[in-house]
Design a binder for this molecule. Sequence first.
Ligand SMILES: NC(=O)c1ccc[n+]([C@@H]2O[C@H](COP(=O)([O-])OP(=O)(O)OC[C@H]3O[C@@H](n4cnc5c(N)ncnc54)[C@H](O)[C@@H]3O)[C@@H](O)[C@H]2O)c1
Ligand SMILES: O=C(O)C[C@H](O)C(=O)O
Length: 339
Amino acid sequence: MRPSISIARSVHRVARRSYSSASVPERKVAVLGAAGGIGQPLALLMKLNPLVSHLSLYDIAGTPGVAADVSHINTRSEVKGYAGEEQLAQALEGADVVIIPAGVPRKPGMTRDDLFNINAGIVKGLTTAIAKYCPNALINMISNPVNSTVPIAAEVLKKAGKYDEKRLFGVTTLDVVRAKTFYAGKANANVAEVNVPVVGGHAGITILPLFSQATPTANLPHDVIKALTKRTQDGGTEVVEAKAGKGSATLSMAYAGAIFADACLKGLNGVPDVVECSFVQSSITELPFFASKVRLGKNGVEEVLGLGNLSDFEQEGLQSLIPELKSSIEKGIKFANQS
Ligand SMILES: NC(=O)c1ccc[n+]([C@@H]2O[C@H](COP(=O)([O-])OP(=O)(O)OC[C@H]3O[C@@H](n4cnc5c(N)ncnc54)[C@H](O)[C@@H]3O)[C@@H](O)[C@H]2O)c1
Ligand SMILES: O=C(O)C[C@H](O)C(=O)O
């Protein structure tokens, strides 16, 4: 995996270069749920990304203010805000990448699956609109439970005759961001140089960090690896509890979402060897969707990479996560087909 972009580096790039359409293609990025806890900082980070020429900010309410605010930043992209369903078509038309952080977040004591009843309907509605107005866009699904919302989106797109498995991504980058941070702390490594693949899904034990493949290598004892694994799996809950009823991760998620969208844009623009972990249609396990390293290209997923060698502990983790992930995927598929 390539090292993550830093915000500071992006800002400097913007300041240093001028972007003619000849050197950097026009790219429209739409953020759905742009007035929310994730949406606002994500809008800011996408405004700082020089690969974006048009930034479309959509929410059911509140987006004119967010768009006016972000639009004053002197970077490349033109910003437009859209509020309410009647403006969704305009928000989506011509989008190359659609990022979806629309939906309710957890409160302490809830699982991500407890969000299903509300968020499944939101994701279904938004994906139906994507199928109609920008069927070729790469979809970056952030809304939870990702293990179910991605299969819902796939079914909606299939029903509309617009499904392309290369263009649908569950964003699991925050798990990678956390695994890198926690590992660097224990391995006494420079966090900017750390890489850790995280596979499986995005909830509890379905999040499987592969510390045996972490670089730089550190030969950490098993009890440390076990604790790092648990902390990565519980990272979302750690934030939910610390926020004590005021939502879940927003700032770190916006950072992670910006990294993943940047990788998608680079892939679309033909940059070689762009690899990130993501929850995608997959045949590397018995499950139809699975998070693993994915090579991104001009059409989205270029290659779903295999799991590599797993330690016995990781192999056990893989076996344990399969039933829960399977049932979350099936729940999403069932919802999309019965409602
Ligand atoms: N994938 C991940 O790693 C990850 C990480 C953090 C949070 N999340 C999830 O992201 C989602 C959003 O979290 P948040 O903290 O930003 O929540 P939030 O409540 O602060 O913001 C959600 C926004 O979505 C908007 N919204 C609701 N219905 C909509 C619709 N039909 N169309 C457009 N916008 C709509 C709301 O108006 C609100 O502005 C939650 O489901 C949360 O669990 C995922
Ligand atoms: O934990 C949550 O509910 C939000 C998100 O999925 C996270 O991992 O932070």
